[in-house]
Design a binder for this molecule. Structure first.
Ligand SMILES: [Zn+2]
Ligand SMILES: [Zn+2]
Length: 295
Protein backbone atom coordinates (compact mmCIF):
# COMPACT_ATOMS: atom_id res chain seq x y z
CA UNK A 1 0.00 0.00 0.00
CA UNK A 2 1.24 3.50 -0.86
CA UNK A 3 0.87 6.01 1.95
CA UNK A 4 -0.33 9.60 1.54
CA UNK A 5 2.62 12.01 1.55
CA UNK A 6 0.84 14.19 4.11
CA UNK A 7 -1.08 11.84 6.40
CA UNK A 8 -1.46 8.25 7.56
CA UNK A 9 -4.15 7.32 5.07
CA UNK A 10 -3.70 5.30 1.94
CA UNK A 11 -2.31 7.25 -1.02
CA UNK A 12 -4.62 6.55 -3.95
CA UNK A 13 -3.68 9.39 -6.29
CA UNK A 14 -0.27 9.99 -7.82
CA UNK A 15 0.63 13.65 -8.39
CA UNK A 16 3.06 13.58 -11.32
CA UNK A 17 4.37 17.11 -10.90
CA UNK A 18 5.31 16.42 -7.27
CA UNK A 19 6.28 12.80 -7.68
CA UNK A 20 4.30 11.38 -4.77
CA UNK A 21 1.03 9.79 -3.70
CA UNK A 22 -1.76 11.43 -1.72
CA UNK A 23 -5.16 10.54 -0.30
CA UNK A 24 -8.25 12.10 -1.90
CA UNK A 25 -8.53 14.86 0.71
CA UNK A 26 -4.95 15.98 0.30
CA UNK A 27 -5.21 15.76 -3.47
CA UNK A 28 -8.20 18.08 -3.39
CA UNK A 29 -6.31 20.50 -1.17
CA UNK A 30 -3.35 20.44 -3.56
CA UNK A 31 -5.63 21.02 -6.55
CA UNK A 32 -7.54 23.94 -5.08
CA UNK A 33 -4.33 25.55 -3.85
CA UNK A 34 -3.02 25.61 -7.43
CA UNK A 35 -6.27 27.09 -8.74
CA UNK A 36 -6.20 29.63 -5.91
CA UNK A 37 -2.69 30.67 -6.96
CA UNK A 38 -4.18 31.73 -10.32
CA UNK A 39 -7.46 33.29 -9.20
CA UNK A 40 -5.84 35.50 -6.59
CA UNK A 41 -4.11 37.36 -9.44
CA UNK A 42 -7.46 38.35 -10.97
CA UNK A 43 -8.71 41.79 -9.94
CA UNK A 44 -11.33 41.52 -7.17
CA UNK A 45 -14.89 42.10 -8.24
CA UNK A 46 -14.19 41.01 -11.83
CA UNK A 47 -16.45 38.84 -13.95
CA UNK A 48 -15.15 35.80 -15.83
CA UNK A 49 -16.74 33.98 -18.75
CA UNK A 50 -15.68 30.32 -18.82
CA UNK A 51 -15.42 28.57 -22.17
CA UNK A 52 -16.67 25.05 -21.44
CA UNK A 53 -16.41 22.21 -23.96
CA UNK A 54 -17.68 19.52 -21.58
CA UNK A 55 -14.28 17.81 -21.52
CA UNK A 56 -12.36 17.12 -18.30
CA UNK A 57 -10.24 20.28 -18.32
CA UNK A 58 -12.93 22.88 -18.81
CA UNK A 59 -15.30 21.12 -16.38
CA UNK A 60 -12.57 20.86 -13.72
CA UNK A 61 -11.53 24.50 -14.28
CA UNK A 62 -15.07 25.82 -13.88
CA UNK A 63 -16.04 23.58 -10.97
CA UNK A 64 -12.91 24.31 -8.91
CA UNK A 65 -13.07 28.04 -9.66
CA UNK A 66 -16.69 28.15 -8.54
CA UNK A 67 -15.54 26.91 -5.09
CA UNK A 68 -13.16 29.88 -4.81
CA UNK A 69 -15.19 32.59 -6.56
CA UNK A 70 -16.67 34.05 -3.40
CA UNK A 71 -13.28 34.32 -1.71
CA UNK A 72 -12.10 36.70 -4.45
CA UNK A 73 -15.48 38.30 -5.15
CA UNK A 74 -15.57 36.96 -8.71
CA UNK A 75 -18.71 36.62 -10.81
CA UNK A 76 -18.65 33.57 -13.10
CA UNK A 77 -20.56 32.79 -16.27
CA UNK A 78 -20.14 29.97 -18.78
CA UNK A 79 -20.39 29.56 -22.54
CA UNK A 80 -20.16 26.57 -24.85
CA UNK A 81 -19.08 27.02 -28.46
CA UNK A 82 -21.27 24.44 -30.12
CA UNK A 83 -20.58 23.01 -33.57
CA UNK A 84 -23.75 20.90 -33.69
CA UNK A 85 -21.81 17.64 -33.51
CA UNK A 86 -21.43 16.63 -29.88
CA UNK A 87 -24.88 16.75 -28.29
CA UNK A 88 -23.69 14.81 -25.23
CA UNK A 89 -21.25 17.66 -24.51
CA UNK A 90 -24.12 20.15 -24.67
CA UNK A 91 -26.02 18.02 -22.13
CA UNK A 92 -23.01 17.90 -19.79
CA UNK A 93 -22.66 21.67 -20.10
CA UNK A 94 -26.31 22.28 -19.23
CA UNK A 95 -26.36 19.97 -16.23
CA UNK A 96 -23.14 21.45 -14.80
CA UNK A 97 -24.45 24.98 -15.23
CA UNK A 98 -27.69 24.03 -13.52
CA UNK A 99 -25.83 22.52 -10.62
CA UNK A 100 -23.65 25.61 -10.18
CA UNK A 101 -26.48 28.04 -10.94
CA UNK A 102 -24.51 30.15 -13.40
CA UNK A 103 -25.48 32.48 -16.19
CA UNK A 104 -24.75 30.69 -19.46
CA UNK A 105 -24.65 31.01 -23.22
CA UNK A 106 -24.84 28.42 -25.99
CA UNK A 107 -22.93 29.85 -28.95
CA UNK A 108 -23.92 27.94 -32.08
CA UNK A 109 -21.20 28.39 -34.71
CA UNK A 110 -23.68 27.56 -37.50
CA UNK A 111 -25.52 30.78 -36.70
CA UNK A 112 -22.25 32.54 -37.44
CA UNK A 113 -21.96 30.91 -40.84
CA UNK A 114 -19.24 28.50 -39.78
CA UNK A 115 -18.97 24.84 -40.61
CA UNK A 116 -15.97 22.92 -39.33
CA UNK A 117 -14.17 21.51 -42.39
CA UNK A 118 -13.62 17.76 -42.86
CA UNK A 119 -9.92 18.06 -43.57
CA UNK A 120 -8.11 17.49 -40.25
CA UNK A 121 -5.29 19.83 -41.27
CA UNK A 122 -7.64 22.82 -41.30
CA UNK A 123 -10.28 21.61 -38.81
CA UNK A 124 -8.16 22.27 -35.72
CA UNK A 125 -7.09 25.65 -37.05
CA UNK A 126 -10.72 26.64 -37.73
CA UNK A 127 -11.87 25.37 -34.33
CA UNK A 128 -9.11 27.35 -32.59
CA UNK A 129 -9.84 30.62 -34.41
CA UNK A 130 -13.60 30.31 -33.94
CA UNK A 131 -13.37 29.42 -30.23
CA UNK A 132 -11.02 32.27 -29.39
CA UNK A 133 -12.97 34.84 -31.39
CA UNK A 134 -16.48 33.98 -30.23
CA UNK A 135 -15.57 33.62 -26.55
CA UNK A 136 -13.84 37.00 -26.59
CA UNK A 137 -16.69 38.63 -28.50
CA UNK A 138 -19.35 37.25 -26.14
CA UNK A 139 -17.30 38.29 -23.10
CA UNK A 140 -17.04 41.87 -24.40
CA UNK A 141 -20.68 42.07 -25.50
CA UNK A 142 -22.04 40.61 -22.26
CA UNK A 143 -19.77 42.74 -20.08
CA UNK A 144 -17.29 40.16 -18.76
CA UNK A 145 -13.72 41.26 -17.95
CA UNK A 146 -12.05 37.89 -18.59
CA UNK A 147 -12.38 34.69 -20.60
CA UNK A 148 -11.30 31.51 -18.78
CA UNK A 149 -10.21 28.32 -20.52
CA UNK A 150 -9.26 24.81 -19.44
CA UNK A 151 -5.65 24.98 -20.63
CA UNK A 152 -3.44 23.14 -18.15
CA UNK A 153 0.29 22.90 -17.42
CA UNK A 154 0.80 20.14 -20.00
CA UNK A 155 -0.80 22.34 -22.66
CA UNK A 156 1.41 25.25 -21.59
CA UNK A 157 4.54 23.10 -21.77
CA UNK A 158 3.47 22.00 -25.25
CA UNK A 159 2.68 25.58 -26.40
CA UNK A 160 6.01 26.71 -24.99
CA UNK A 161 8.10 24.11 -26.75
CA UNK A 162 6.07 24.38 -29.95
CA UNK A 163 6.49 28.16 -30.08
CA UNK A 164 10.21 27.82 -29.49
CA UNK A 165 10.72 25.29 -32.26
CA UNK A 166 8.61 27.47 -34.60
CA UNK A 167 10.49 30.59 -33.54
CA UNK A 168 7.17 32.35 -32.95
CA UNK A 169 7.74 34.44 -29.87
CA UNK A 170 4.67 36.66 -29.76
CA UNK A 171 2.62 34.12 -27.84
CA UNK A 172 5.38 33.80 -25.26
CA UNK A 173 5.70 37.56 -24.87
CA UNK A 174 2.04 38.43 -24.49
CA UNK A 175 0.02 35.36 -23.55
CA UNK A 176 2.26 33.02 -21.60
CA UNK A 177 0.83 33.49 -18.14
CA UNK A 178 -1.97 32.20 -15.93
CA UNK A 179 -3.68 35.59 -16.03
CA UNK A 180 -3.33 38.31 -18.66
CA UNK A 181 -5.06 41.66 -18.19
CA UNK A 182 -8.09 42.90 -20.17
CA UNK A 183 -7.51 45.59 -22.81
CA UNK A 184 -10.97 47.15 -23.09
CA UNK A 185 -9.75 49.84 -25.54
CA UNK A 186 -9.03 46.99 -27.97
CA UNK A 187 -12.17 45.03 -27.09
CA UNK A 188 -9.99 42.31 -25.63
CA UNK A 189 -11.05 40.40 -22.56
CA UNK A 190 -8.30 39.30 -20.20
CA UNK A 191 -7.43 35.60 -20.07
CA UNK A 192 -7.51 33.29 -17.06
CA UNK A 193 -6.19 29.72 -17.02
CA UNK A 194 -7.23 28.23 -13.67
CA UNK A 195 -5.41 24.93 -14.40
CA UNK A 196 -2.13 26.64 -15.36
CA UNK A 197 -0.18 24.75 -12.65
CA UNK A 198 -2.04 21.42 -12.96
CA UNK A 199 -1.48 18.42 -15.23
CA UNK A 200 -3.80 16.46 -17.52
CA UNK A 201 -3.91 13.69 -14.93
CA UNK A 202 -4.65 16.15 -12.12
CA UNK A 203 -7.73 17.37 -14.01
CA UNK A 204 -8.88 13.80 -14.60
CA UNK A 205 -8.38 12.91 -10.93
CA UNK A 206 -10.33 15.98 -9.83
CA UNK A 207 -13.25 14.89 -12.03
CA UNK A 208 -13.15 11.42 -10.41
CA UNK A 209 -12.82 12.64 -6.83
CA UNK A 210 -15.67 15.12 -7.27
CA UNK A 211 -17.86 12.67 -9.19
CA UNK A 212 -18.32 15.10 -12.08
CA UNK A 213 -19.54 14.10 -15.51
CA UNK A 214 -17.65 14.93 -18.69
CA UNK A 215 -18.43 14.16 -22.30
CA UNK A 216 -16.80 11.30 -24.10
CA UNK A 217 -17.16 12.67 -27.59
CA UNK A 218 -13.63 13.47 -28.58
CA UNK A 219 -12.59 15.80 -31.31
CA UNK A 220 -12.30 13.45 -34.31
CA UNK A 221 -9.01 15.11 -35.22
CA UNK A 222 -7.40 14.84 -31.80
CA UNK A 223 -4.10 13.03 -31.87
CA UNK A 224 -3.44 13.86 -35.49
CA UNK A 225 -1.70 17.16 -34.99
CA UNK A 226 1.67 18.16 -33.58
CA UNK A 227 0.56 17.65 -30.00
CA UNK A 228 0.49 13.93 -30.63
CA UNK A 229 4.22 14.03 -31.26
CA UNK A 230 5.37 16.60 -28.72
CA UNK A 231 3.25 15.79 -25.65
CA UNK A 232 4.50 12.19 -25.24
CA UNK A 233 8.07 13.53 -25.24
CA UNK A 234 7.19 15.95 -22.46
CA UNK A 235 5.46 13.20 -20.47
CA UNK A 236 8.53 11.02 -20.84
CA UNK A 237 10.74 13.75 -19.41
CA UNK A 238 8.40 14.28 -16.47
CA UNK A 239 8.23 10.58 -15.71
CA UNK A 240 11.96 10.77 -15.01
CA UNK A 241 12.06 14.17 -13.28
CA UNK A 242 8.73 15.03 -11.66
CA UNK A 243 9.19 18.81 -11.37
CA UNK A 244 10.62 19.24 -14.88
CA UNK A 245 7.51 20.55 -16.66
CA UNK A 246 6.58 22.93 -13.86
CA UNK A 247 10.13 24.25 -14.03
CA UNK A 248 10.06 24.48 -17.83
CA UNK A 249 6.85 26.52 -17.85
CA UNK A 250 8.07 28.72 -14.95
CA UNK A 251 11.33 29.40 -16.75
CA UNK A 252 9.67 30.41 -20.01
CA UNK A 253 7.24 32.62 -18.15
CA UNK A 254 10.08 34.32 -16.32
CA UNK A 255 12.13 34.79 -19.51
CA UNK A 256 9.11 36.32 -21.27
CA UNK A 257 8.69 38.78 -18.40
CA UNK A 258 12.38 39.71 -18.36
CA UNK A 259 12.63 40.40 -22.05
CA UNK A 260 11.66 43.60 -23.75
CA UNK A 261 9.14 42.57 -26.37
CA UNK A 262 8.64 44.61 -29.53
CA UNK A 263 5.65 46.98 -29.25
CA UNK A 264 2.47 44.98 -29.69
CA UNK A 265 0.55 45.73 -32.85
CA UNK A 266 -3.20 45.64 -32.30
CA UNK A 267 -5.68 47.02 -34.83
CA UNK A 268 -9.43 46.77 -34.90
CA UNK A 269 -10.76 44.60 -37.74
CA UNK A 270 -12.24 46.67 -40.58
CA UNK A 271 -15.20 44.29 -40.85
CA UNK A 272 -16.21 43.43 -37.28
CA UNK A 273 -14.33 45.93 -35.09
CA UNK A 274 -12.63 43.27 -32.96
CA UNK A 275 -8.86 43.06 -32.42
CA UNK A 276 -6.42 41.75 -35.02
CA UNK A 277 -2.80 42.29 -35.91
CA UNK A 278 -3.67 42.93 -39.58
CA UNK A 279 -6.55 44.74 -41.31
CA UNK A 280 -9.10 41.92 -41.32
CA UNK A 281 -9.27 39.46 -38.43
CA UNK A 282 -8.79 35.71 -38.81
CA UNK A 283 -12.44 35.02 -38.05
CA UNK A 284 -13.73 37.38 -40.75
CA UNK A 285 -11.22 35.99 -43.27
CA UNK A 286 -12.42 32.52 -42.42
CA UNK A 287 -16.06 33.41 -42.94
CA UNK A 288 -15.21 34.98 -46.26
CA UNK A 289 -13.38 31.85 -47.33
CA UNK A 290 -16.30 29.69 -46.30
CA UNK A 291 -18.43 31.71 -48.70
CA UNK A 292 -20.71 33.34 -46.17
CA UNK A 293 -21.59 36.97 -45.99
CA UNK A 294 -20.17 38.85 -43.07
CA UNK A 295 -22.52 39.90 -40.30
ZN1 LIG B 1 -3.63 12.56 3.15
ZN1 LIG C 1 -13.25 40.67 -37.99
Amino acid sequence: MMKCHYCQREGTIFIENLGYWTCEDHFERYFLKRVDRVLRKVKRGSSILFGVSGGKDSVAALHSSSLLAEKYDLKLGAAIVYTGLASDCLEIFKSLINELGLKNYVIDVREWGIRIPQDPRSACLVCGVVDRYLLNRYAIEKGYNYVATGHNLDDMAYFGLNNLINHSLDYLFYQYDSVTPPLPEYKMAGKVKPLFWLSDADALNYIKVKGLRTCLTKCPYEGRDKQAVIKPLLYQIRSRWSSSLVNFVSSLRKLAKMSEPPPRKINLCEKCGYPTSGRICAFCRLREKLGEEVL
